[in-house]
Write a new protein. Sequence first.
Length: 428
Amino acid sequence: MHNDKPPVYPLFDSAEFILSGNSYINQHITTISLKKVPDAGLIIEHCSDWLFEQRQSENNYKAYRSELTTFLHWCFDVVSLSPIQITRKDMARYINYCENPPLELVGYFNVAQFKTDKQSGVRYPNSTWRPFVGKKKLGEKLPYSLSDNALKTKVAILSSFYGYLNSEEYTERNPAQLWLKHSRFAQNRKYVKNEDDNNHAFTKLQWSYVVSTVSDLADKEPAKHQRSLFLINIMYSCYLRISEISGRAGYSPMMSQFRKDVHNGIWYFYVPFSKSGKARNIAISSSLLDGLKRYRRFLGLSELPSLNEQHPIFIRHKAAAHGREAGVVNANLGIRQIREEIDTLINLAADNALADGFEHDSELMRQLTAHNIRHTGITHDININQRPLSHVQADAGHESIDTTSQYLHTTQTERHQSAANKPLDHLA
């Protein structure tokens, strides 16, 4: 319908449309995912979620949207790299690109990034939009330039975005922050990594309320909540990120990802593509295996899946209303559906904790999200179940043991007790 394409696609619509998605952009990103950057779709989803959090401030939203669009254009179209592959040196290359952009990408007036087709109501990219905006003087176009303040703002926004990706464990690095530390601006401002509340875990009491609440719901409303019970079980037991258990373009989690090792008979869960870009096998507990059997019996399936079984892990309760799976029930839940379902369950558990007099715990629980379940599983395994750090690191998909070690919580008393009985000679 609209064949005129801008030389660079605007990737994110205004706040009121950001979570709806855009068919033009979806097609564009799918092509990039298939030909250049495999995790481009995941990146866009993370960006959309982060931008949606900024919607209360229109100025922030517009600034962040513009910077993310320009940065992802460079990542996807210019260097064919995922943001999680970007290094400090790459960031320097990006800054140089922004200081000397191609002339065809410089516009000299502000235009909307998307337009609405009057007949269909469909939003489409504005062909006259450009990612860089130049200045005019007395009607003449001036050579494009980037001031120091604009440059610092640009990199500070990217540093904040990488901070968000860190909290979501999409990456363990922040190349924008590293660039700032080594730039000419370093002496004027100290950039430190923000502490993020998203790293908090449920306490044993709080998590017990979540499990008991969802278990009761599964008994009372099995048609609705057997799925809920298995969802929190696998996310906690396998420390899964939401993206590893939800459907998206190019990935649909299947029951066949539960696999049995032919040599030792041990079951594990296979993640074919994680945020680190590496596939991994996750050791599963007897509790999770029993939960899988119960869940599959409820679905009318055999107790354990076959190697080639194509049944989705989490199917919808009703057909999708929009998108590529409109009208389809037997299809995986997406990231947002899973996040919303878990938020609802956590709030119900918090209600029960409050009813029992645990007012402070209830308040803290309402601040936690699906992502905190991953942190809870890791924290409990290290500190309560005493699993070796190296085992947890492998199952969590952490690139560095240092990341896993951050979950190790000990008191001075515990350290004293563990040191008290150390022998000099274990064979004496």
